[in-house]
Design a protein around this ligand. Structure first.
Ligand SMILES: CC(=O)N[C@H](C=O)[C@@H](O)[C@H](O)[C@H](O)COP(=O)(O)O
Ligand SMILES: C=C(OP(=O)(O)O)C(=O)O
Length: 359
């Protein structure tokens, strides 16, 4: 399987492709379709590639007692966890409305499938790829089912060991499905010492034929930009209109100005990566001419003298002379005209000196 693949129609990821940026709306829409739409538009306006939600079919994601447990958090939308989750869940019609809206806006639309029924739900919706949230990454029947849809998979790896991730990789390889693995630590918000960006190159070594990415829950944008510098080819961040809103994820999310700034910085960083060639670039020429150093006579050198190191020095000189890096090639050669002290040494002043001064 190649290191690059098509994650969404017409959008390759991996290799030298720009990092694919997922704006994770998740549950930050507060259960309100109109807010969700505004968030889709905001993600597009900020330059994200994809707007993502979280789809659960609650009776399949949770057992009864988990749905009944009290949820006394300040982030709760109901007395029980089930009521809270029901408030945040969009139905099929609402998903279709959001998908249609994302299409109009021109941004890819998908969700994490939070249980096996949600996989079917999203597959029926023809989403471009399925996100596997960290809490399903060790759920092998679910992974097999998702892989069988044939849709590319973005697999997060919070709350998992390397051993489990090796099993995940082998399982998905068996199904010949395109997938990427994201480094992730599942804490909300995530403290910097718990980020572990060095897992990105570790994953690259472990899984050399798939793109590796990062799903971040930290505050701010610097660490995610760093993740891209370390090779993340997919980046997912939660987004919000207001970090102080009620809800578990808002504090670990980016507000629009941060999202836009992060994406601008990532796109600039990608340009800055360059192609790995080291050479003198055209943009450096004026500066090389002004600031670059040439060989200069340290003393007056009469015609016929043989050049020694003591006769020469290196300075910013006018006119530009033989470049500094060629000074040793001059030693032992004969000068064919007088050179005054502090004058540039020019190629035509030196016998059999074939190299031309670089102008
Ligand atoms: C692991 C996982 O699912 N994480 C998700 C993605 O990052 C989160 O958005 C959770 O859904 C969210 O933090 C849950 O919050 P509450 O429990 O208040 O609904
Ligand atoms: C839980 C999710 O993601 P992550 O594990 O990457 O935070 C998700 O996308 O629903």
């Amino acid at each position: 399987m190649p290191l690059e693949f098509e994650l969404c129609p017409g959008r390759m990821i991996g290799g030298d492709q720009p990092c694919f940026i997922i704006a994770e709306i998740g549950i930050n829409h507060q259960g309100d379709v109109e807010i969700a739409k505004k968030m889709i538009k905001m993600a597009k306006d900020c330059g994200a590639d994809c707007a993502k939600f979280q789809k659960s079919i609650l009776e399949y994601k949770f057992n009864k007692r988990a749905l009944e447990r009290p949820y006394n958090s300040k982030h709760s939308w109901g007395a029980s966890y089930g009521e809270h989750k029901r408030h945040l869940e969009f139905n099929k019609e609402q998903y279709e409305e959001l998908q249609k809206y994302a299409n109009e806006v021109g941004i890819f639309f998908t969700a994490s499938a939070m249980d096996e029924m949600a996989v079917e739900f999203l597959d029926d919706m023809n989403v471009p790829f399925i996100k596997v949230g960290s809490n399903d990454t060790n759920n092998f029947p679910y992974l097999e089912k998702t892989a069988k849809t044939g849709r590319p998979m973005v697999v997060s790896s919070g709350m998992q060991s390397l051993e489990t991730m090796r099993k995940v990789y082998k399982t998905l390889k068996k199904h010949d499905v395109n997938f990427t693995i994201l480094q992730c630590t599942s804490c909300y918000p995530l403290e910097v010492q718990d980020v572990h960006l060095r897992v990105i190159p570790e994953y690259q070594k472990e899984f050399p034929d798939i793109p590796i990415g990062y799903s971040g829950h930290e505050s701010g944008i610097g660490i995610s930009i760093g993740a891209v510098a370390m090779g993340a080819k997919v980046l997912e961040r939660h987004v919000t209109f207001d970090k102080t809103w009620k809800g578990n994820d808002h504090a670990a999310s980016l507000e629009p100005s941060e999202l836009a700034e992060m994406i601008r910085s990532i796109r600039a960083l990608e340009l800055a990566f360059g192609n790995g060639y080291k050479q003198i670039w055209p943009c450096e020429e004026p500066f090389r001419r002004k600031l670059g150093k040439s060989v200069v006579a340290r003393v007056k050198i009469p015609k016929g003298e043989t050049l020694t190191e003591k006769m020469l020095t290196v300075k910013v000189a006018e006119p530009i002379g033989i470049p500094a890096e060629e000074i040793y090639e001059l030693l032992g050669k004969t000068v064919q005209q007088d050179i005054e002290q502090d004058d540039s040494v020019l190629p035509e002043m030196v016998e059999n000196y074939s190299k031309k001064a670089k102008h």
